[in-house]
Write a protein that binds this ligand. Structure first.
Ligand code: G3P
Length: 219
């Protein structure tokens, strides 16, 4: 499973990219607002830092014509830009037009399996089902990943990757990996929480103590 970083925070991106665990970056208008930076500038900077993977940049209007104009500006920023469009009928039209033109499209704000089916038919490179926001409504977001995975499996001609989004916990990450999500986009704190385990640190303390007692050195 690929791991994307869900962030527009340059220092966080720099920090985590050097771990070698980050395969791409996703942003959205809320994350851009949180960064306090100019949208196009920050996307250009992220694209340079993560030149090895896709960087999702989201359009901000709702009608087909304006979304197409925005996509035209965004995709010129770098070759690794994936245009993020909302799962509306206009968004799906934009997805069809851009994907026919070999542009990666990430269809976002997906809350049902039928929406994911339409995104695949529209040629999306990624579908972004939002787990956490379904959990917020008392539903089980992981059921959605499971349904989409089953549907996509029935139609091998679909090339759309399942990009699990709105991930709020390490349990979510494990659940979507077990269900075969192609990608999970994660806030930095979740990536860090994935490797932190108290027993790892406790084990290291013991090994360090025992090693020192031998008086040896590897170097
Ligand atoms: O990038 C979209 C998504 O990951 C948002 O997550 O926590 O705002 O629901 P959240």
């Amino acid at each position: 499973m690929k791991i994307f970083l869900d962030s527009a925070d340059i220092s966080e991106i720099k920090d985590l990219v050097q771990t070698g665990m980050v395969d791409g970056v996703t942003t959205n208008p809320s994350l851009i607002a949180k960064s306090g930076r100019d949208f196009k500038e920050v996307i250009a900077e992220i694209s340079t830092l993560v030149s090895h993977g896709p960087v999702s940049a989201e359009v901000t209007s709702f009608d087909y014509e304006t979304m197409m104009k925005e996509a035209e500006v965004l995709r010129k920023i770098s070759d690794n830009i994936a245009i993020k469009v909302p799962l509306t009928i206009d968004g799906l039209r934009v997805c069809r037009a851009l994907s026919s033109d070999n542009t990666l499209v990430n269809v976002t704000l997906c809350f049902t399996a039928n929406q994911a089916l339409l995104a695949a038919k529209a040629g999306a490179a990624f579908i972004s089902p939002f787990l956490g926001r379904l959990d917020d409504l008392g539903m089980d977001g992981t059921d959605l990943i499971s349904d989409i995975a089953d549907i996509y499996m029935n139609y091998p001609e679909f090339e759309t990757e399942i990009l699990a989004a709105s991930i709020r916990s390490t349990k979510h990450v494990q659940d979507v990996a077990l269900l075969g999500a192609d990608v999970a986009t994660l806030p930095g704190k979740i990536i860090k929480a994935m490797y932190d385990h108290p027993l790892t640190y406790k084990g290291l303390e013991t090994f360090e103590k025992d090693w020192k007692a031998t008086g040896q050195s590897i170097l």
